[in-house]
Write a protein that binds this ligand. Sequence first.
Ligand SMILES: C[S@@+](CC[C@H](N)C(=O)[O-])C[C@H]1O[C@@H](n2cnc3c(N)ncnc32)[C@H](O)[C@@H]1O
Length: 209
Amino acid sequence: MNEKGREFKGLWGGKHYRRWAALFGMGPEFYRRGLGDLELGDGMRALDLGCGPGALSLALAQRAAPGAAIVGLDLSEDQLAYARTQAGGHACALEFRRGSMDELPYPDGHFDLVMTSMALHETPPAVRRAAVAETARVLRPGGLFLLVDWSRPRLGLWGVLWFPLVCRGEKNRDNWNNVYPALCAARSLDLAQDGYINSMVRRQLFRKS
Ligand SMILES: C[S@@+](CC[C@H](N)C(=O)[O-])C[C@H]1O[C@@H](n2cnc3c(N)ncnc32)[C@H](O)[C@@H]1O
């Protein structure tokens, strides 16, 4: 991991990453469930933090109006290059650009929706916190923040196995302890929906007040 986060490249990037992800249950249905009933209307803008090969952005693009725009942001050129190969044929504008989620190159209130899947835990704690602050800044009042990432497993057996294997380090403590509602509340992002999309991956939706 560099100071901004783990950059997925080589055998962990692009089409290889998509294969790994599918193996771990993160296929198209996973992203549809992650989005829930979110859509993007005409003239609306969405940003996907740590977009990887773009699965969440692409799922949203399938339900976006022609005048909508989606931007995926990632540290990894390998991930972005693959995402760009998938970007054609959608009604809305779809762009994939390089950047870090803690320094968003957009003005205040620019987006209607900021979303992120399976990416916050790949960044150092300070970067995650800055990403939440930046998300709050670039969202318009009433805008939504969709956070999909692993959390404390719902099923006891998974918890027993998962904790010693994965959760001891600083990297995973925020997810295990579900700190995001408090971090978001401090930035005027209020928890509106909270649930799991499988035994370990949590879906939280926040609204900017
Ligand atoms: C586990 S992958 C998830 C990718 C994608 N969101 C998905 O659900 O398929 C995490 C992604 O976060 C990216 N990443 C890590 N730190 C980042 C940062 N500070 N800013 C932007 N992207 C970052 C990695 O390069 C990687 O593509």
